[in-house]
Design a protein around this ligand. Structure first.
Ligand code: NAG
Ligand code: NAG
Ligand code: NAG
Ligand code: NAG
Ligand code: NAG
Ligand code: NAG
Length: 236
């Protein structure tokens, strides 16, 4: 039922557009908004995905091939942005786009791409919700990917004198966790940057420490690291 309404609406809008070219973008926005209301009863699947910054990632609409696809729509909700909507009509081999500039997103509707959305390269601004809606004669379906962009922190270790060592995990996303061996007298501060990356700084002092080295362990979703420092003067 909704499918029929949807098609009728699209046809109607095509005629309206033909009559009034300057109203084109308005109708386009209207159609797409109507579309989201019409298919509110659909079958939904949601999953959380993550991707590392400066890599390429694909988000898929469906995992196995779908017979008799009528239409596929990607709705992209990013922080501080108007929703970006891209719709593809199978029978017309036609794509429409609203508010989707500069996201680094490409969408190839060709069958061999399986309606995958490609983000290349991934940036910190790609955090958000990517919803794919596909319409078939059997009903309407939705897949939502909640994308979290990961940024590996840059790790530094420096001796501050007086058996005080500072370990930093700079601009990681999410914040890195820092621990030490041996345990010292430490304090840790986190600083969140405008791009939602976090610098974690841990400063430790060892009073009466006899060992020859201290190791800072940085654990992060993009991989764990450790850095050590030797105390040469200490053995005297
Ligand atoms: C596209 O963006 C403009 C301005 O940001 C906004 O007014 C409009 O509602 C958006 N269109 C849709 C369909 O969200
Ligand atoms: C994304 O999809 C394209 C086209 O199918 C493919 O060439 C590429 O290797 C895929 N990339 C990843 C990271 O899966
Ligand atoms: C769809 O259109 C694109 C160009 O807009 C074309 O390259 C492609 O061959 C067309 N596919 C079909 C199935 O007609
Ligand atoms: C170094 O440690 C000594 C003794 O604990 C203290 O008197 C001195 O002020 C410290 N110096 C610095 C720069 O923290
Ligand atoms: C995020 O912002 C910080 C501080 O301005 C900067 O050092 C870092 O390179 C930025 N990271 C990304 C991935 O944009
Ligand atoms: C440091 O080493 C000395 C001698 O090797 C030992 O007596 C002392 O207990 C050690 N201190 C600590 C804190 O391990």
């Amino acid at each position: 039922m909704a499918t029929v309404l949807l098609l009728a609406d699209w046809r109607g809008s095509t005629e309206r557009r033909a009559k009034s070219m300057e109203m084109n973008s308005v109708w386009k926005a209207f159609d797409l908004m109507l579309l989201t209301f019409l298919i509110s009863f659909l079958v939904a699947v949601t999953n959380s995905v993550s991707a590392q910054v400066n890599t390429m990632t694909n988000l898929s609409c469906f995992t196995h091939s779908i017979k008799d696809l009528i239409m596929t729509t990607w709705e992209i909700l990013l922080r501080d942005r108007a929703p970006c909507i891209i719709a593809y009509r199978e029978d017309k081999n036609e794509t429409k786009e609203t508010n989707c500039s500069g996201e680094g997103i490409t969408w190839e509707s060709r069958p061999e791409w399986n309606h995958k959305l490609q983000i290349d390269p991934v940036t910190v601004d790609n955090d958000g919700y990517y919803k794919c809606i596909f319409v078939t004669p059997a009903g309407n379906f939705q897949t939502v990917h909640h994308l979290t962009v990961l940024v590996p922190p840059v790790v530094t270790l420096s001796e501050e004198g007086n058996r005080t060592v500072e370990c930093k995990a700079v601009a990681g996303k999410p914040a890195a966790q820092i621990s030490w061996v041996p345990k010292g007298d430490c304090f840790t501060v986190n600083e969140t940057h405008h791009n939602r990356t976090v610098t974690v700084k841990s400063t430790c002092t060892w009073k009466g420490f006899n060992g020859s080295s201290a190791t800072c362990f940085i654990s992060h979703l993009t991989g764990n690291k450790n850095v050590s420092i030797e105390h040469q003067s200490h053995s005297k």
